[in-house]
Design a protein around this ligand. Structure first.
Ligand SMILES: NC(=O)c1ccc[n+]([C@@H]2O[C@H](COP(=O)([O-])OP(=O)(O)OC[C@H]3O[C@@H](n4cnc5c(N)ncnc54)[C@H](O)[C@@H]3O)[C@@H](O)[C@H]2O)c1
Ligand SMILES: [Zn+2]
Length: 361
């Protein structure tokens, strides 16, 4: 089992990764002193598949358990879902010893983290991520969020969990498309944070897709370490350091939004965003053709798209102006000078951005 510490003074916590972590969750929580009543937010699929393991482990250590399921959709990251949840939570919270368990993918993690952040101005919560994307990214770092009609993640708070329990054994039931989606974030971490991970991914694709425990633990621990290191230095994104995590995301978000969140899931859009950012880096003379092609080949090897369909260049360009990283007409993009060498570039000429975007059509 892997253990990574996120060092944030009194808000520090561990990320535990490995097969079988879920079955030991009661023991891990016993030592945290976070309360006795576990309010588990999840969806019905996960409750049916793995709910008994979680509930059994918690009950065996004396925790009271209540499951609350929400629909399996991004739509659950909404005020419409959050308000009745809060009312129901208050009803359950009789003994004032309640804590939240976010048991699911990034949608559940963002929603449950938000509920924990605002109920009584903050109660303890733990992350039990069940998708690859949530294990390598969304469960770490304390960003919680709800969506509004006006845009994604517009309501939220920075609020750190007390522990992250990433059971790699749960990933076996994920659809292959979901594994690929998570791999887009893994590839992002390999490019910005660890060239050794990049080479590992080039050599171990089959091990990942056959859910070999050692391979999953290797990549999840590496990503967790990279993200933890960045979050420790810039917890609330005030110093500009956390911006590198946005690599591939400016164009990724534009692609998601231009295609109305239907054609591509988050990871697939990020994969296309990474190719665009690397193509821009190449056009600006920051990297050579060889590295660009290695990155593109890796993305393709993990069954992620390298060409954009069903949306026009004009629509993507229009959508990219709405990115949170824009102020006025000034843009800020994360590019690379090589593996493990991200750079923030300001005011990249629109003509170049268009050329790079054209290359994925
Ligand atoms: N807070 C952050 O830092 C952060 C970072 C990245 C993404 N996010 C957010 O995460 C969300 C996307 O997360 P996601 O990709 O995990 O999507 P998701 O939560 O919608 O999960 C994807 C699908 O996988 C299913 N699933 C989950 N675990 C499973 C398992 N073990 N076996 C079988 N099926 C399983 C879910 O029911 C769902 O249908 C977005 O809302 C995004 O904004 C947040
Ligand atoms: Zn992402």
């Amino acid at each position: 089992m892997g253990r990574i510490r996120v060092r944030l003074k009194e808000r520090s916590y561990d990320i535990l990764t490995g097969s079988g972590v879920l079955g030991r969750s009661g023991a891990y929580l016993s030592s945290l002193n976070i309360g006795k009543d576990a309010y588990i937010i999840t969806n019905s699929l996960l409750k049916i598949k793995y709910g008994d393991i979680l509930a059994g482990s918690l009950s065996a250590k004396g925790f009271n358990v209540r499951f609350k399921t929400v629909p399996d959709s991004e739509k659950s990251k909404s005020l419409k879902t959050a308000c009745p949840l809060l009312k129901n939570l208050a009803f359950f919270d009789k003994n004032r010893k309640v804590f939240i368990v976010a048991f699911g993918g990034g949608v559940i993690g963002d929603l449950a983290g938000f509920i924990a952040a605002v109920y009584k101005r903050g109660i303890p919560y733990i992350q039990v991520p069940t998708t690859l994307l949530a294990q390598v990214d969304a469960s770490i770092g304390g960003k919680t969020a709800l969506d509004l009609d006006a845009g994604k993640n517009l309501v939220g708070a920075f609020y750190q969990p007390k522990i992250v329990l990433s059971d790699t054994g749960l990933l076996k039931s994920l659809a292959r498309r979901q594994i690929s989606s998570g791999m887009a974030e893994v590839i992002k971490y390999a490019i910005i944070g660890e060239s050794g991970l990049f080479t590992y991914l080039e050599k171990n694709r089959d091990a990942v897709f056959s859910f070999r425990p050692a391979a999953l633990e290797r990549i999840i621990s590496s990503c967790a370490k990279i993200k933890a290191g960045i979050v420790e230095r810039d917890e609330k994104e005030t110093l500009g350091l956390r911006t590198v995590l946005n690599f591939g995301h400016t164009m990724g978000h534009a692609i998601e939004s231009a295609s109305a969140y239907r054609t591509y899931n988050h990871g697939e859009a990020v994969a296309l965003g990474i190719i665009t950012a690397c193509d821009l880096s190449r056009r600006m003379g920051l990297i050579g053709d060889k590295l660009f092609l290695r990155i593109r080949n890796l993305i393709s090897a993990y069954h992620l798209p390298v060409k954009l369909k069903g949306v026009s260049l004009h629509e993507v360009v229009k959508a990219h102006y709405h990115d949170k990283k824009f102020s006025g007409k000034e843009n800020k993009l994360v590019l690379i000078r090589g593996l493990s060498r991200p750079v923030a570039a300001k005011n990249v000429p629109l003509a170049l951005i268009k050329q790079s975007l054209s290359s994925i059509f």
